[in-house]
Write a protein that binds this ligand. Structure first.
Ligand code: FAD
Length: 303
């Protein structure tokens, strides 16, 4: 059956699926609805030798109240992480902080969170969203870096522009970057759409980052070929452990994750949590047939 048709068949009934069923599908990927759930997941990950990054679920805030709620949860999370001595930083989507309706507000709120993280000796990662906000996200990152060192951003290997973006971050000596393929469906005028091209781009960009002297690279992938390439590159270029970490999503690729940790590689797990888990899961399911397929497979293979 063609993939698009299969996707449509899988997605069409979603609005009628009870929340409890969606939760069964999602719980492997989401650390509960509140901070206590997130702390517990992070503690368990730390015990397994992984660091973590928390993501308060929510995208595209449309009001000041929503932005403030998200900000307060991040501030609370950073305090809790510090008090509980957890090895965990924070990942933030700028649309959650008002990027799409008030750029100044977004900057101010982000700076508040970065300053708070700084007081705890902690770090904030600015997630990368779709290509309509790539430039503004990188501009905000550059501006923040004028005053703050404890913040990094994300580059997506699917975008044609990423090589130049990396070069400009390297030139400014602010290449503290998570490298991922990119989850958003982008037009072919600006993005690679063939999986092999996205992979090749990923490999080239990783080498560019390491050879260009990036401060630190988050190698965010579960793709066995890319993990293998990254391991070989780290070995070949003798990259110190302080200059990279593997990064994976909660609930994904457990076997590769365990192997990397056992071999002594630093590895961070992305831990989404929050009351908006349902909207997040539905969006992800609608957007990405791959995830729908994973979830359906997990329904049958969950231990
Ligand atoms: C830590 C982290 C942070 C990220 N941050 C961003 C970001 O800021 N912006 C952005 O656009 N994208 C982000 N992504 C998503 C990323 O861009 C990819 O869409 C995603 O990681 C899938 O690509 P892959 O490299 O794992 O390769 P794929 O070829 O997609 O996956 C390789 C294998 O991993 C497994 N797998 C992958 N994803 C899932 C899943 N969701 N559920 C179950 N199994 C899965 C499957 O077995 C699959 O065959 C992030 C990913 C990670 C790991």
């Amino acid at each position: 059956m063609p993939a698009k048709l299969l996707h449509r068949l899988l997605i069409a009934p979603l609005p009628y699926v009870p929340q409890s069923v969606v939760w069964q599908m999602s719980r492997r990927y989401v650390a509960g609805t509140n901070l206590d759930g997130a702390y517990k997941t992070v503690r368990d990950l730390n015990a397994l030798g992984c660091s973590a990054t928390v993501d308060v679920l929510g995208e595209d805030s449309t009001s000041l109240a929503e932005v403030e709620t998200a900000r307060d949860l991040y501030l609370e999370a950073l305090t809790g992480v510090s008090e509980q001595l957890l090895d965990c930083n924070a990942s933030i989507k700028l649309s959650d902080m008002g990027l799409r309706f008030d750029t100044d507000l977004c900057y101010q709120v982000l700076e508040t969170i970065v300053e708070s993280a700084g007081r705890y000796g902690n770090f904030v990662r600015i997630d990368m969203e779709d290509s309509s906000v790539t430039s503004i996200t990188l501009d905000i990152y550059r501006k923040l870096r004028e005053e703050h060192e404890n913040v990094g951003t994300v580059i997506q290997s699917c975008l044609h522009r990423s090589k130049d973006d990396i070069q400009s971050l390297l030139d400014a000596d602010i290449a503290h970057v998570r490298l991922c393929k990119g989850i958003y469906v982008e037009p072919q005028e600006i993005a690679y759409t063939d999986p092999d091209d996205i992979r090749q781009s990923y490999q080239d960009l990783l080498v560019q980052l390491f050879e260009g002297g990036a401060t630190k690279v988050g190698i965010a992938t579960h793709d066995p070929l890319l993990v293998e390439h990254a391991e070989a590159t780290i070995e070949r270029l003798k990259i110190d452990k302080t200059r990279y970490e593997f990064q994976m999503l909660l609930g994904v690729a457990g076997t590769i994750r365990a192997r990397l940790v056992a071999e002594g590689h630093p590895l961070r797990v992305y831990v989404p949590f929050g009351e908006r888990w349902h909207a997040y899961s539905m969006r992800r399911l609608r957007e990405n047939p791959g995830i729908a397929m994973h979830i359906i497979r997990n329904l049958f293979t969950r231990s």
